[in-house]
Design a protein around this ligand. Structure first.
Ligand SMILES: Nc1nc2c(ncn2[C@@H]2O[C@H](COP(=O)(O)OP(=O)(O)O)[C@@H](O)[C@H]2O)c(=O)[nH]1
Ligand SMILES: [Mg+2]
Length: 349
């Protein structure tokens, strides 16, 4: 995407937000936003640096000294993708698609490989936001939008909720957070710290209390206080599948008593640095409950960023957000173009 497109896109967004437009000069503001978006891209590229350099050095090795994409190059490419945690199924899909292209065009130069890979990967990823307003959440006027956040311990649920709440509050939304991970007192306190930093209201009970009861209280309170968004933190104990399924089902059922179509979103948080383990967690959780979106955390400091591609493709669940650091502003709305641009460098037009 060129600078002009960037500019244009931002202007469109501004037009959709009259309150912001009134606050400043539209042209100046658009330029400022374009600059901010550029900073965002740089930060994303920095966050994905390890995945990028891993992938690139492997790709460079795969094509070294070869000019055409032949069977050997494809074999090596397959290995590169698998060792970059893209996953076997998705890798096979990508390779097959490149083979079809070669069969059609008869010949493919290795120098074209990057661009082709970028297109293939982008086409495998689903776009998960229709708008960047409200940090990608479709807030409905009148009823709180309820998101239940699931995932194993340590995946980054609480941190992600805190970061997300901060963005929503920044966008002018009233956010309620339910501390339904009642397993450890420290978990509730940690969430309380995040809620305060974000400027959100947290609803809690004693440690050890029923998570479904906390969720119920949170929704009741959110409705009474006309909140825009409710984020429900949960405990991710994977002691056994049936136990997890029962607990999540119970929370869901109780929420539906307050708001019939809640939860509107069930977001599974996965630690990207765990690579293949994240695939396994996605398998477990999708069996236990209906998962509608994903957040992949800790992509900073890992070379396993390929998991984003494989998990999104294999489970047909869009990636909503990615975590690229522990800081409050280090949660990004996932954008497939931005993601491949960050991995492969911006496309030359
Ligand atoms: N580097 C990095 N660390 C993260 C990210 N997201 C979460 N963490 C860290 O991962 C650890 C576990 O996070 P937490 O939110 O408590 O996980 P939970 O058990 O699923 O609630 C904490 O130390 C977080 O600071 C991220 O995107 N990048
Ligand atoms: Mg937690």
């Amino acid at each position: 995407m060129g600078f002009f497109d960037l500019f244009k896109k931002k202007q469109d967004n501004t037009a959709a937000e009259p309150s912001q437009q009134a606050a400043g000069q539209p042209a100046e503001q658009a330029a400022e936003q374009a600059a901010e978006q550029q900073r965002g891209r740089e930060e994303l590229a920095e966050g994905l640096q390890k995945t990028k350099s891993g992938l690139f050095s492997k790709l460079a090795r795969a094509v070294a000294g070869r000019s055409t994409v032949d069977v050997e190059v494809l074999d090596d490419l397959e290995e590169v993708l698998i060792t970059s945690d893209v996953g076997v199924e998705t890798t096979v899909k990508i390779i097959r698609s490149i083979e079809e292209r070669i069969a059609r065009d008869k010949y493919m130069n290795t120098s074209e490989l990057n661009a082709i890979l970028r297109d293939e990967i982008a086409s495998l990823l689903e776009q998960s936001h229709s708008s960047t307003e409200d940090f990608g959440i479709e807030v409905k006027e009148g009823t709180p939008y309820v998101m239940m956040v699931v995932g194993v311990n340590g995946a980054g649920k609480t941190t992600t909720i805190g970061k997300l709440a901060a963005q929503l509050v920044k966008a002018g939304r009233k956010v309620y957070i339910g501390a339904a991970d009642t397993f450890r007192a420290a978990a509730i306190d940690q969430l309380a710290v995040w809620a305060e930093r974000a400027g959100a209201t947290m609803i809690r009970q004693e440690m050890g209390s029923d998570p479904a009861s906390v969720a119920y209280d949170t929704l009741k309170s959110a409705v009474a206080n006309k909140a825009d968004v409710v984020l429900i933190d949960t405990a991710g104990r994977l002691h056994n599948k049936v136990g997890l399924m029962n607990e999540l089902t119970k929370i869901r059922n109780v929420m539906a008593k307050v708001i019939p179509d809640a939860p509107h979103e069930v977001m599974l948080v996965l630690d990207g640095s765990t690579g293949q383990n994240a695939f396994e967690q996605a398998r477990q959780f999708t069996l236990a409950t209906k998962v509608t979106s994903l957040t992949i955390t800790k992509l900073d400091g890992t070379a396993k960023g390929g998991v984003v591609i494989g998990i999104s493709d294999q489970f047909h669940i869009p990636v909503r957000y990615i975590g690229i650091g522990e800081g409050i502003d280090q949660l990004r709305m996932f954008d497939r173009r931005e993601f491949v641009d960050a991995l492969f460098g911006e496309k030359k037009e």
